[in-house]
Design a protein around this ligand. Structure first.
Ligand SMILES: CC(=O)[C@@H](O)[C@H](O)COP(=O)(O)O
Length: 256
């Protein structure tokens, strides 16, 4: 079970809803993934204009928990405004705080993210900040009371996978709230590795929506996350420098 604040989920895959070739593929991929949490950028939805195309229009929204994100915000103030808009439109219980500090790398601004989280926690939101793999920032946010931390594996949409496994493992080791690896996942192997390292969940979008076959990739990601989590719980063997025979020969007579 993935527990985020008062909410519990069977699936540990959080899926983005953008950049699919069309809404039918989006719907099939989401169903195949068996995700229970969908994320989307509030600024991409014309939430108060029903005549506009809606990114989520094909989906049965009763089946999912929604995790709107504040993408597009450059300051804490903008992020808070977007979060309040999402809440006012009935779109959210949780909010993914995304305050971008640089539009080439799309890396998050740690100072503005911290400020936005402080305000949104006081406003009663379930707060999930998207952060760089910064160990101390993750710690400060936890102390402040966020409900999960979401360190990036690598820049959004880059598909580079986990570029700093050391920092990610340090964040996981000291976590008192769920760690959801968010952004940069490129392949099922990346997602499985995040889970094997002890992450509680993975949020991804591009690796599925831009895959040659998004529906099959959604299935692959689901299985990879399950496998990684199961492997973590089963406990991997330690790595050794030298060989250790798989069939012990001790106590056996040698055939000449
Ligand atoms: C949809 C969403 O929230 C993205 O901003 C997220 O960070 C996913 O990143 P990838 O597209 O790299 O998976």
């Amino acid at each position: 079970m993935l527990k985020i604040g008062p909410l519990s989920f069977q699936s540990r895959l959080l899926l983005g809803t953008g950049k699919y070739p069309n809404f039918d593929v989006q719907k099939k991929a989401i169903e195949e993934s068996e995700t229970e949490i969908l994320t989307f950028a509030v600024r991409r939805m014309d939430i108060f204009e029903s005549s506009q195309p809606n990114l989520l229009e094909k989906l049965d929204l009763n089946r999912y928990s929604l995790l709107p994100n504040t993408a597009g915000a450059k300051t804490a103030g903008e992020a808070v405004r977007i979060a309040k808009l999402a809440k006012a439109s009935g779109l959210c219980t949780m909010i993914k705080v995304e305050v971008i500090g640089d539009f080439q790398t799309l890396l998050p601004d740690p100072f503005e993210t911290l400020k936005a989280c402080e305000i949104l926690l006081k406003e009663g939101f379930i707060v999930l900040p998207y952060i760089s793999d910064d160990v101390i920032l993750a710690k400060r946010l936890q102390e402040m009371g966020v409900h999960a931390v979401m360190p990036g594996a690598s820049p959004i949409g880059s598909g580079m996978g986990i570029v700093n496994p050391l920092n990610l493992s340090l964040i996981i080791e000291q976590a008192s709230v769920p760690v959801i690896v968010d952004a940069g996942i490129g392949s099922p192997a990346d997602a499985a590795l995040a889970m094997e390292m002890g992450a509680d969940g993975v949020l991804l979008n591009t690796a599925v929506s831009a895959a040659k076959d998004p529906v099959r990739m959604a299935a692959a990601m689901k299985l990879a996350i399950q496998a990684g989590h199961l492997g973590r719980e089963a406990g991997r063997i330690p790595k050794k420098r030298y060989a250790a025979a798989s069939s012990p020969s001790e106590g056996m007579s040698v055939i000449e």
